[in-house]
Design a protein around this ligand. Structure first.
Ligand SMILES: Nc1ncnc2c1ncn2[C@@H]1O[C@H](COP(=O)(O)OP(=O)(O)OP(=O)(O)O)[C@@H](O)[C@H]1O
Ligand SMILES: O=C(O)[C@H](O)COP(=O)(O)O
Length: 403
């Protein structure tokens, strides 16, 4: 069943719950980056221009983490970004939250409190059970419809993401719609099709590599970042204690075996680094594979020039590139070179899709533009590109039947 969109919803005067993903980096409680808020501007503006009464639902951080904060700053920023008034309510449960929604005037919005301040929201449920949680059952009586625009959280089966479609007519917002349009139809993109897998989410990246190589979606897979280091270990290269300890500490033993299996099965279509950059005497120092390991404690923090040359030549022949994760520790300018050069080459490919929170941060930090589609999602984007369903999208597809 296709997912309904804002084109199927008439909202004037109606109360609409809108789940967005404005989970953002913070600096002492203040927003350090508002890209995710700006991404949802179109959906919210469209609803508000049509005189909806909008209740915004969102999470920030994870319980126990540094960035587990209220949404007060987010509400203030949305108020600045949108032409309509946006207020903040420090509740998401019970009568306080209901009153905040009920008292909305047409064409105004309220940001309810961080959904994860409430324990059930940080658990994953089947949609039927999510539909019976306190958050969902508490708000449903004051809502007429639900819009899910939180593509970046759509891989989570949490109450605010999958519960409302059990009770309310539910639709995809504009971010969700455009992400599904682009990422749901990767098979239709031109070939050669190259996947670039970097960053530190080794298990997810190896899942993607398996899927796209087995299914034939990928003509080439280029690996970088920690993912590239795992492939080096899988190929028997001694990358030195500095890098190997990091990988073992993260518990990636099994991933090295999986990477080795992938090299056995599809080695002709997987590339891994031919040289790496380490810090030596306070400076960037590049080492070829046959000179590895470097000195004790040195860690492979970036891909080297030889690898960049090889990857650039693969990308020069590509028609489509799908990229996730940085090539190195881009936060440190000494090791941002690989990411910058690799991303520049990817941006020159005729059709380029890029996903991932850190990836997007690297693109902004390094000032690279020219990508065809910059996904708002990290885990969600990878999951879709691995051919798996997104629970929040399935909930939109199969939930409300009008009863
Ligand atoms: N060689 C390396 N050694 C250690 N860390 C690395 C290396 N290469 C990249 N990283 C780190 O990987 C992190 C980003 O990886 P991640 O897989 O989380 O990216 P992403 O998918 O774009 O982000 P997100 O999880 O926010 O969606 C960065 O913090 C970067 O410093
Ligand atoms: O930033 C993200 O990837 C999404 O907001 C999901 O956050 P989570 O990984 O904490 O569920």
């Amino acid at each position: 069943m296709p997912v309904g969109t804002l084109d199927d919803l008439s909202v004037a005067g109606r109360r609409v719950g809108v789940r967005v993903d404005i989970n953002s980096p913070l600096d002492n409680g203040a927003l350090a980056d508002d890209a995710r808020l700006r991404a949802h501007e179109q959906t919210l503006a469209e609803l508000l221009e049509e005189d909806a009464r909008v209740a915004v639902l969102a999470h920030q951080g994870r319980p126990g983490g540094d960035e587990f904060e209220t949404l007060a700053a987010h509400a203030e920023r949305l108020d600045e970004l949108l032409d309509a008034p946006v207020s903040y309510a420090d509740a998401n449960l019970g009568s306080a939250a209901r009153e905040a929604v009920e008292s909305l005037e047409p064409g105004t919005a309220v940001v309810l409190e961080n959904t994860r301040f409430y324990a059930e929201e940080y658990m994953e449920f089947e949609p039927e059970v999510a539909g019976q949680t306190h958050l969902v059952e508490g708000l449903v009586p004051v809502l007429d419809a639900f819009v899910n625009d939180a593509f970046a959280a759509a891989h989570r089966s949490q109450p605010s993401l999958v519960g409302f479609p059990q009770h309310l007519p539910s639709y995809a917002g504009r971010v969700m719609e455009s992400e599904l349009d682009v990422l749901g139809d990767v098979e239709a993109t031109d070939r050669p099709r190259v996947y670039v897998l970097g960053g530190a989410k080794v298990s997810d990246s190896i899942d993607v590599a398996w899927n796209v190589l087995e299914s034939g979606l990928a003509d080439q897979v280029l690996t970088a970042g920690v993912v590239g280091n795992v492939f080096l270990l899988a190929d028997g290269v001694d990358i030195g204690d500095g890098s190997a300890d990091f990988i073992y500490d993260k518990g990636y033993w099994d991933e090295i075996d999986r990477a080795a299996d992938l090299l056995d099965a599809h080695g002709d279509r997987i590339r891994f680094p031919q040289d790496v950059a380490v810090e030596r005497d306070g400076e960037r120092h590049e080492i070829g594979l046959n000179a590895l390991p470097g000195k004790e404690g040195e860690a492979a923090m970036d891909i080297g020039s030889e690898t960049l040359r090889m990857y650039r030549s693969v990308l020069a022949d590509a028609e489509t590139v799908i990229l996730n994760g940085p090539a190195g520790v881009f936060e440190d300018p000494t090791f941002a070179v690989g990411t910058k050069e690799l991303y520049r080459a990817a941006a020159d490919v005729p059709y380029s899709i890029v996903g991932g929170g850190d990836t997007a941060a690297a693109i902004r930090q390094l000032g690279i533009d020219g990508f065809s589609h910059l996904s708002t999602g990290g885990g969600a984007c990878l999951r879709l590109l691995t051919g798996r369903d997104l629970p929040a999208v399935e909930a939109l597809r199969t939930g409300y039947d009008g009863d």
